[in-house]
Design a protein around this ligand. Structure first.
Ligand SMILES: CC(C)(COP(=O)(O)OP(=O)(O)OC[C@H]1O[C@@H](n2cnc3c(N)ncnc32)[C@H](O)[C@@H]1OP(=O)(O)O)[C@@H](O)C(=O)NCCC(=O)NCCS
Length: 185
């Protein structure tokens, strides 16, 4: 068990590939206030991620940018994005070193927050990323204002490396090295 796992980590969280059939599910979660709040500092926003068109986003998945749906006993409760930030075509991370992965995560239904599911999802995804021996570190870009998420990531071993603007989003980039993850496992 990872040192970073909570005392009562659920064991029944499963990550499966997302498909275009998940578009309505994700669009519904985009209306949840906690999902909107993690995607923008705009207090007037009423939808997360600028109203992303999930059917198109999911259809465009590739080996360098894809989504996973987390399920607990068959119920979808969250989603993760996994990208190779150097190779994904939108170059969201700009000029960045090779052999990294970038993750994003959110829990959809409000009643699934704070149950340990996010920790379990991250543990599964981090292990998947580092299963590729070339991957040296994982980066993540929570809004600088999302201090709850910072605490969550730090508990997993991520360390803040600096503020950075992504478009209009003021973020605090965090990084988890392979060495640190393996030392905590
Ligand atoms: C961040 C998130 C994925 C963590 O998953 P989770 O299942 O709620 O987390 P766990 O139960 O494993 O761990 C609880 C910790 O999550 C963090 N957390 C972040 N946002 C939270 C929220 N809205 N509700 C509860 N916990 C939250 C806290 O650090 C909390 O620890 P605390 O008890 O010290 O406050 C989830 O809370 C979430 O989806 N939050 C909203 C979206 C978001 O902020 N995503 C990150 C974008 S960078």
């Amino acid at each position: 068990m990872s040192l970073y796992s909570p005392l009562s980590a659920p064991t029944d969280v499963r990550l499966r590939p997302a498909t275009v059939d998940d578009a309505d599910l994700l669009a519904g979660w985009d209306r949840e206030p906690h999902v909107i709040a993690c995607s923008t500092d705009d207090p007037d926003a009423d939808v997360a991620f600028g109203g992303i068109v999930w059917r198109e986003e999911l259809a465009a998945q590739s080996p360098v940018s894809f989504y996973r749906i987390a399920e607990v006993d068959g119920r979808p409760i969250g989603v993760m994005q996994v990208i190779d930030p150097r190779r994904e075509p939108e170059h969201y991370w700009g000029d960045i070193e090779p052999d990294l992965r970038a993750l994003d995560i959110w829990i959809g239904p409000k009643d699934a927050l704070g149950q340990g599911y996010g920790t379990r999802m991250m543990t599964l995804a981090i292990n998947d990323c580092f299963a590729d021996p070339a991957v040296t570190a994982i980066v993540i870009d929570p809004l600088a204002s999302n201090t709850d998420a910072h605490r969550f990531y730090r508990r997993l071993g991520f360390e803040p490396v600096g503020r950075r603007m992504f478009g209009e989003d003021d973020c605090l980039v965090h990084r988890l090295t392979r060495e640190r993850w393996e030392a905590g496992s």
